[in-house]
Write a protein that binds this ligand. Structure first.
Ligand code: DGP
Length: 111
């Protein structure tokens, strides 16, 4: 059994506020939102971080990148959005299942 929180969310073992899912990704609202809209996009496959990617993930990555603006539009983020990928402890990563933060709307902190 995996101890990964995001695998458990993907599998419905931990409840989440799901926004979107397909055969490759699962998207849900961050439990501790840093802006009006704060989504997390995870691949269904357990990949620890960007460091775990290989050539076999190329199609998955393109899929994720194309989905981000679509989801942002659906969330009403007509003027733009921010994406963040924290990688490794030194990059501030807390959950070791690759995820892309999608943030926007009021409350977006400066960077
Ligand atoms: P990162 O620091 O990039 O690893 O961000 C992890 C994010 O995951 C953080 O913003 C809070 C969020 N998070 C952690 N546990 C849960 C959870 O159980 N449910 C939800 N929805 N989000 C979570």
């Amino acid at each position: 059994m995996s101890d990964c929180i995001f695998c458990k969310i993907r599998d419905g073992e931990i409840p989440s506020d799901k926004v979107y899912e397909d055969d490759k990704v699962y998207v849900f609202r961050d439990i501790n939102p840093k802006a009006q809209v704060h989504l997390l996009m995870i691949p269904r496959e357990h990949i620890e971080s960007l460091e775990g990617l290989t050539d076999v993930h190329d199609a998955l990555l393109v899929h994720m990148m194309h989905l981000l603006p679509q989801l942002a539009r659906e969330q009403g983020l007509d003027t733009g959005f921010r994406t963040i990928i924290n990688t490794g402890k030194g990059g501030g990563q807390e959950v070791f299942h690759l995820h892309i933060h999608l943030l926007g709307g009021s409350g977006l902190p400066g960077f």
